[in-house]
Design a protein around this ligand. Structure first.
Ligand SMILES: NC(=O)c1ccc[n+]([C@@H]2O[C@H](COP(=O)([O-])OP(=O)(O)OC[C@H]3O[C@@H](n4cnc5c(N)ncnc54)[C@H](OP(=O)(O)O)[C@@H]3O)[C@@H](O)[C@H]2O)c1
Length: 321
């Protein structure tokens, strides 16, 4: 392509730059974590998938606020590098790595056991780790890999740590979902890899819908305990989330994202808002959008009877160990 052609049309270049600038301003949202004075010293927080992307910036924010932060990651080398970076940037040495593969029920159970042995409290749990665009793959528990990673593993993790969280109240559980949940469907055979179409983000969308449905039921069960549970959409964020997609889509995502999508730091804002903002105190069972406003999720995520059923099925599936 002859790029000089762009400079022959300055109005086109200027209007595109202006549009990109406006989109950049809008995507930031109104809440600024740096202006939030919430202090987390004496508090313990776990962030899953905290070695990169949105999770790393959530953990960084908690560390800046003085929390004891546990990065729950599956890769020792990537996790250790993130711990080092966060310690250096924040001066908080109370940042630690604990290994967990959230797609494996055994690994989640081992992780929970260790946390319950080591920690006296857990004030914030952020279920952030997820995958998108995986081809058909089953776990040794007989679960679809995307469902195990994005929903069933985090579901088990939350339930296994729930007594500790309750004991630490006031406490907050934040489940990172996505606006893509709106394209998701509920079919319980999906959990076992049946009736799924693995093209692009289809399976991911279903998993993100289950995140919200079960968070709502969890919030209902937690009423009166001082523990809140909310789902959050971080927005469209330039991370490694596209790593399993064909090269063409990765390039397209990154190219468009350069101008229009959030950075990982910006993507962390709405999850951090849910976890620390005073405005979210006592708020539970809600879906928080990428601009930190409360939004209604898709109709399926607002069906209480479906939520009870979904939660019970997930309980049965994850308690078979
Ligand atoms: N990026 C977006 O546009 C966007 C939009 C809406 C929602 N979200 C949500 O935001 C959250 C964070 O995503 P991201 O964009 O930051 O993605 P990312 O850059 O791909 O980070 C995902 C994190 O999850 C970890 N992870 C994946 N599988 C795991 C497993 N089995 N066990 C433990 N950790 C595992 C990854 O670890 P490794 O590095 O070891 O693979 C990584 O740390 C996800 O819940 C995602 O659905 C993202």
């Amino acid at each position: 392509m002859d790029w000089s052609v762009l400079f022959q049309h300055p109005a086109w270049v200027l209007s595109t730059a202006l549009l990109a600038f406006v989109v950049r301003l809008q995507r930031r949202g109104s809440w600024d974590p740096k202006a939030c004075s919430a202090v987390l010293s004496g508090k313990t927080a776990i962030v899953t998938g905290a070695n990169t992307g949105i999770g790393k910036f959530i953990a960084l924010d908690f560390a800046r606020r003085g929390a004891h932060v546990i990065l729950a990651c599956r890769s020792e080398s990537r996790g250790t590098a993130a711990v080092k970076e966060i310690r250096e940037k924040t001066g908080n040495s109370n940042v630690h790595l604990r290994l967990v593969d959230v797609s494996s029920l055994d690994s989640v159970s081992e992780f929970s056991k260790k946390i319950l042995e080591e920690e006296k409290a857990l004030h914030i749990l952020v279920n952030n780790a997820a995958v998108s665009g995986l081809p058909k793959q089953m776990t040794k528990d007989g679960l679809d890999m995307s469902f195990a990673t994005n929903h069933l593993g985090p579901f088990l993790l939350t339930n296994q740590l729930l007594d500790l969280v309750k004991h630490s109240a006031p406490a907050r559980i934040v489940n990172v979902s996505s606006m893509n949940h709106k394209k998701g469907q509920v079919d319980f055979s999906h959990f076992h890899g049946e009736n799924l179409n693995y093209s692009l983000d289809e399976v991911y969308n279903h998993t993100k819908l289950h995140n919200i449905i079960c968070t709502n039921e969890l919030a209902r069960r937690l009423q009166g305990t001082g523990v809140t549970a909310n789902s959050v959409n971080p927005g469209i964020v330039m991370t490694e989330v596209m790593r399993h997609y064909p090269l063409f889509f990765r390039c397209l995502f990154n190219l468009i994202g350069l101008f229009f999508f959030k950075s990982s730091e910006e993507g962390a804002v709405s999850p951090i808002y849910c976890a620390v903002a005073e405005e979210m105190e006592g708020i539970t069972g809600k879906y928080v959008d990428s601009d930190c406003s409360l939004k209604l999720p898709a109709p399926l995520a607002r069906d209480p009877a479906l939520a009870v059923k979904d939660f019970e099925i997930c309980e049965r599936l994850t308690s078979k160990l």
